[in-house]
Design a protein around this ligand. Structure first.
Ligand code: GPU
Length: 818
């Protein structure tokens, strides 16, 4: 890192070169660019040095293949990982600017939907921090996750043109471009008695990589996130035009334009769109071609590939990597099937992130085949050989096993099955989730190949979600522990336990929470125009809007509390602010209706003077990584209320915990492990267990009408959905929500997600929260207990487990590192 004087000069020079301005004339945005380029400058040498070390040490490299990297803003994070936070803020101050203001100028790169994409970003941070050689490989979407506007209570999607003004931390690397082919047909040639498969009449596009630096924490390591952009090859080339291939030239031009245009905004949901499959193959083919070329530039024997390269498939979205690697090995490298299969199956590992059936990718064979004719042939052969294996192993129930396990079945390509069959590792993302995979969802595969299955409980990076998000707490912890080692060794937080009975420390801890609440109060005032009482309990649910995550349960409970305040003279409550933040997939009706409901309830309650502000409801517009950091730091209560068995892990739960907010949740996903760490007394657990949920599901569900008929308070709340109480101009506004809770919907049971079933138990858990919070000291202790026990949930721990059990990487040595 340059010293303060050099940095100051670099910023001033950049402002001049970029904008023909002196620093006193520069806007905040201009200073953002000037500073970012100065920071990039200091990164570059370490970046080069890291990749020289890759080559010199002949390091095994991980390729983390993912359709999503929800990286969030880079500037602040890079400054932290360079260890230059204090120095940079000071320089900026001298120049008359505030670092936080400057950071706010950066667009928030949202190349992901939610948990899955954010996990990939946390993993990159940990890999670099732990000195492991790795590339993230993904897509350079021109439009990331849409920006959310709330208009009249409804979500409106606005395109996220994140690269409009140029993104300072990326480098275009045209010299590593590759061609990717789509469609056409396969011709078989016979060359010297050997079959050769040639794809012809295809359309193609050029894949151009952009690299972003991924910095380790103060270790001189800089890995790359490589995202692929598309360009047309022909540009109406005369050649094609002459051949009368005008139509094709146009098509290719068009393909290049649309291919990487936009991220599909679906979380945990497979929509089966052709363009999505094209995106998948596009970035996979380019990434693999590059990985093989890189390997071959320093190795002569392709059979060594598994010793030097490993590919991790982030869910099934990149699974086409399996037949694509086979294709490259067979058709380009000239290997035979067995050799290619041996290499492929030793290079590929798969992570499963959900058991939700609507998320499972099953491509129609017709579509798959016409888009990827050669790749499909290979899938057929993989499937044929696997079916032979099944018949061998299960001679008595082969047909049944085939139905349950074959890759090709019922006219579909079942991507998860291909990933399991071809790869050497299948992992779930939390203990409970992995158990459910082994014993329910994938039990036939587990029975046949148990050695492949393993668990890797998710984690989060403390560099972003503590050091960057919560500088006050970071400084306090550093003081209390006498060291900042927890920044790279999170379990050191357990040293805070010695302060659990120290009144002064508890007071300091809660004072920091209060300061962070003030920061959020200010954000809410500026962005929502709502006044929030910082002394109220901040009860927060931020995550994607999904029925299984049950934001509906939360808001129904708010309606219930409001009724009690209004109607029951004996009822009183500690002031609460219910904070929501959530984007709904653009085509997800029920999710959008739930957003409208939350906003309608907010409107009525926030404007009712008679309840003295005892309840406030805030819907934070455009929930994203940058405001998430402010929200986690300010939360008192972490709502993790998914229907048990449905949330594979959750990672927001860990971010709240790290920042001192106890979990109010079900025994689902990683909540189970959070409770294991803090103890049952330091969490508010409610609801059906996953076993109970699964048992109900196997028996046709339960009857919500008995609850409706017997519980008058619940009934009143439900009636308010359809009597205009929250929608005076349209009593039908929330009819579908009402119906979904009480009536069968086509093939769906009533109340698929057990909202009414869990309601009373949820309300009781809320009572417990209030009781605990009123006892200031008890609460402070409970809050500090969360932070002190968060050590397990660092993505550093997760990555070390992946390395130990799956990737077998070696730490890179960096000679020039500090
Ligand atoms: N997840 Br599949 C997503 O965010 N999007 C998806 O499309 C799929 C899974 C999430 C899980 O819902 C969440 O429980 C988990 O913590 C996260 O992936 C990371 O593993």
């Amino acid at each position: 890192m340059m010293n303060a004087k050099e940095l100051k000069k670099a910023i001033e020079d950049n402002v001049k070169v970029l904008y023909r301005k002196t620093i006193d004339e520069a806007s905040k945005e201009q200073v953002f660019y000037a500073l970012s380029y100065a920071i990039k400058d200091t990164i570059i040498d370490e970046w080069i040095n890291t990749h020289k070390a890759y080559d010199k040490q002949d390091a095994k490299i991980l390729y983390y293949l993912s359709m999503e990297f929800l990286i969030g803003r880079a500037l602040g994070n890079n400054i932290i990982n360079l260890g230059a936070r204090k120095e940079v803020s000071q320089v900026l101050e001298e120049l008359g600017f505030d670092l936080t203001d400057i950071e706010d100028q950066e667009s928030d790169p949202a190349l992901g939907n939610g948990g899955l994409g954010r996990l990939a970003a946390c993993f990159l941070d940990s890999l670099a921090t732990l000195n492991y050689p790795a590339y993230g490989c993904g897509i350079r979407y021109h439009y990331g996750m849409f920006k959310q506007k709330i208009e009249n209570g409804y979500q409106k999607e606005v395109p996220d043109d994140w690269i409009k003004n140029g993104y300072p931390f990326e480098i275009k690397r045209s010299e590593y471009s590759y061609i990717v082919k789509f469609g056409g047909n396969v011709r078989v040639d016979n060359v010297n008695g050997k079959e050769k498969f040639i794809q012809e009449n295809y359309g193609s596009v050029k894949a151009i990589p952009y690299d972003m630096p991924v910095l380790g924490y103060e270790n001189g390591m800089v890995n790359s996130l490589r995202i692929w952009d598309a360009e047309a090859i022909t540009n109406f080339s005369l050649e094609q035009f002459d051949k009368g291939d005008y139509q094709k030239a146009l098509e290719q031009e068009n393909l290049a334009k649309t291919l990487v245009e936009v991220l599909y905004p679906n979380d945990n949901h497979y929509a089966g769109k052709e363009l999505r499959l094209k995106q998948q193959y596009f970035f996979i083919s380019a990434s693999l071609q590059r990985a093989l070329d890189k390997f071959k530039s320093t190795h002569s024997d392709i059979h060594m590939l598994p010793e030097k390269v490993v590919f991790q498939l982030n869910d099934t979205h990149p699974t086409v990597a399996i037949p694509e690697l086979m294709r490259l090995l067979l058709d380009e490298e000239g290997l035979n099937w067995d050799e290619a299969w041996d290499i492929t199956s030793r290079c590929m590992a798969y992570t499963n992130h959900t058991i939700m059936s609507e998320a499972l990718e099953k491509w129609p064979i017709d579509l798959f085949k016409s888009l990827l004719p050669r790749v499909y042939q290979i899938v057929e052969e993989i499937n044929r050989r696997f079916v032979v294996q099944i018949r061998d192993r299960y001679p008595n129930n082969a047909a049944e096993k085939e139905k349950k396990m074959a890759i090709l079945y019922d006219g579909q390509v079942r991507m998860a099955y291909m990933a399991i069959i071809a790869g050497f590792s299948v992992n779930g993302v939390a203990k409970l989730h992995t158990q459910i995979l082994e014993h329910q969802e994938l039990k036939d595969f587990y029975e046949m190949m148990p050695e492949k299955f393993n668990n890797k409980t998710n984690g989060i990076t403390q560099r972003r979600f503590l050091v960057h998000a919560n500088p006050l707490l970071t400084d306090w912890i550093t003081k209390k522990l006498g060291s900042d080692k927890f920044i790279t060794d999170l379990p050191q937080l357990s040293g805070l336990k010695q302060y659990l009975n120290d009144d002064k420390s508890l007071e300091e801890f809660m004072e920091i929470k209060y300061q962070n609440k003030l920061r959020l109060v200010k954000y809410i005032k500026e962005h929502n125009g709502i006044d929030v009482d910082p002394n109220s309990i901040f009860d927060v649910q931020v995550k994607r809007l999904h029925e299984y995550k049950r934001q509906l349960l939360n808001i129904l409970h708010v309606m219930y509390l409001y009724n009690k305040l209004k109607n029951d003279d004996n009822f009183d409550m500690y002031p609460r602010t219910f904070i929501f933040g959530a984007k709904a997939a653009a085509g997800y009706r029920r999710a959008k209706q739930t957003i409208k409901l939350i906003n309608s309830v907010a409107d009525v309650i926030n404007n009712d003077k008679s309840i003295n502000g005892k309840i406030k409801v805030v819907f934070i517009e455009d929930y994203k990584v940058s405001n998430a950091e402010i929200i986690f730091a300010a939360a008192d209560v972490s709502e993790q209320i998914s229907t048990a068995s449905k949330e594979a892990s959750g990672t927001g739960n860990m971010k709240f915990m790290l920042n001192g907010a106890p979990t109010l949740g079900t025994m689902d996903g990683a909540n189970v492990e959070i409770v294991e760490e803090v103890g049952r007394d330091n969490a508010f657990i409610f609801g059906l267990s996953s076993d109970e949920v699964i048992a109900y599901e196997n028996n046709g569900g339960y009857d919500p009408m008995t609850i409706f008929n017997s519980d008058t308070e619940i009934r009143t709340v439900l009636m308010q959905l359809v009597n205009g109480f929250y929608s005076p101009n349209n009593t039908e506004e929330f009819r579908e929500i009402y119906d979904s809770l009480l009536k069968k919907q086509g093939n769906d049971r009533a109340d698929v997600y057990f909202i009414l079933k869990d309601f009373r138990s949820y309300a009781k858990a809320h009572d417990e929260v209030e009781k605990a919070y009123k006892d200031k000291k008890r609460w402070a202790k409970m809050a500090l207990t969360q932070t002190a026990n968060a050590g397990k949930f660092s993505s550093d721990r997760t990555i070390e487990e992946y390395v130990r059990d799956i990737w077998h990487l070696t730490k890179l040595r960096l000679d020039n590192a500090k």
